[in-house]
Design a protein around this ligand. Structure first.
Ligand SMILES: NC(=O)c1ccc[n+]([C@@H]2O[C@H](COP(=O)([O-])OP(=O)(O)OC[C@H]3O[C@@H](n4cnc5c(N)ncnc54)[C@H](OP(=O)(O)O)[C@@H]3O)[C@@H](O)[C@H]2O)c1
Length: 314
């Protein structure tokens, strides 16, 4: 199959399309023929070698953790899905580094899959799993309740676009940070208050907040705007011992857990038109395309999700 591999850690020029073996699906897995995948910041961090302490991958490595495509083979123990189903998933991260989604095929554990919403195409579907699950699960960790005030950092980014919409549905007042050129965009997703972070720090504008979803590592200021008993979660940084020791506020670092049930919940929200998927850009599945897609994410200014189209159709 065609896959984008890296042969060593480094810059985007390490990424190249080549021919490699198709993954084999185990008993509890399905094999998905991918139509699209998406790029997340973890992809370039992995490419740069920043995940080496977590994963002892052997080269060549296939990156990518957003699958959207059609099931072409199915393991013996899989009962909830059939060959031909159109699905999407955030697969588990393969300990060998061989089963990423920058490829024509990815093996996915059935409990990580959900049926693709029928009202969006595969490129839009590929934009949802990793970022959408993160937004949903972090809002849960924040114990967000109707009527509460939340700050979502980086509202125009991959996680931010889903978090704003989900927090509004939960009945919260949503403040977000964005560059001035994204102000109207994040308002269109439901943001009640937009802070241009180039002009103001959040602690100059906000106080007494119930919750903060930190996507940018602005931990001290994020915690400082919380009321006593408020909840803070960062997804982009680890906490210092002092930050972990804060006792009058709930301060956490969060990691998404791939989960088909949560993904089905997001699919339902999309199908009932309560959740929009916003694409920043779509790239072809070529060496230049995959390199350009990662470069776009590395600008830190994508508006919505960056997607790679692997096939024309399922
Ligand atoms: N722990 C986990 O499980 C997990 C899961 C998903 C993501 N993450 C991490 O979360 C972070 C965000 O992910 P993502 O997919 O949302 O990234 P992304 O799509 O690349 O985010 C881009 C957005 O970040 C905004 N931004 C850049 N610098 C900012 C700043 N200083 N203050 C506020 N906004 C800023 C930009 O807004 P403007 O263009 O408007 O300036 C842009 O819209 C990454 O570090 C990623 O690795 C962690």
């Amino acid at each position: 199959m065609k896959a984008a591999i890296i042969k060593e850690y480094g810059d985007v020029t390490q990424l190249e399309i080549t021919n490699t073996n198709k993954p084999v699906d185990n008993n509890d897995e399905v094999l998905v023929e991918n139509v699209a995948t998406s790029i997340n910041p973890i992809d370039y961090k992995a490419r740069q070698g920043l995940l080496q302490s977590m994963f002892n991958w052997q080269f060549p490595v296939i990156l990518g953790w957003d699958v959207a495509g059609k099931i072409v083979a199915i393991g013996d123990q899989v009962t909830d899905f059939n060959i031909g189903d159109e699905v999407f998933a955030r697969p588990d991260i393969d300990p060998l580094g061989l089963n990423g989604s920058y490829a024509e095929y990815t093996a996915v554990k059935a409990d990580k899959l959900a049926l693709k919403p029928s009202n969006i195409n595969f490129e839009q579907a590929a934009a949802v799993p990793l970022a959408g699950l993160t937004a949903l699960q972090m809002l849960r960790q924040l114990n967000l309740q109707a009527g509460q005030k939340i700050l979502i950092q980086g509202g125009a980014g991959g996680v931010g676009i889903f978090a704003i919409q989900l927090a509004k549905q939960m009945g919260a007042f949503v403040a977000t940070t964005a560059s001035a050129n994204n102000s109207e965009f994040v308002e269109s997703l439901g943001a009640d208050l937009v802070i241009d972070y180039h002009r103001n720090n959040i602690d100059e504008v906000l106080s007494n907040y119930d919750a903060v979803l930190d996507t940018v590592g602005d931990i001290e200021r994020g915690v400082s705007i919380l009321r006593s008993g408020g909840h803070f979660v960062t997804i982009s940084s680890s906490l210092t011992d002092d930050q972990k020791a804060i006792s009058d506020k709930h301060v956490m670092a969060g990691w998404l857990q791939p989960n088909g049930e949560d993904l089905a919940l997001l699919a339902n929200e999309i199908e009932s038109n309560h959740l929009k998927v916003v694409l920043d850009s779509t790239y072809p599945f070529t060496t230049d395309g995959i390199q350009s897609a990662q470069k776009r994410i590395e600008t830190h200014h994508a508006r919505g999700k960056v997607v790679v189209k692997i096939k024309d159709k399922a």
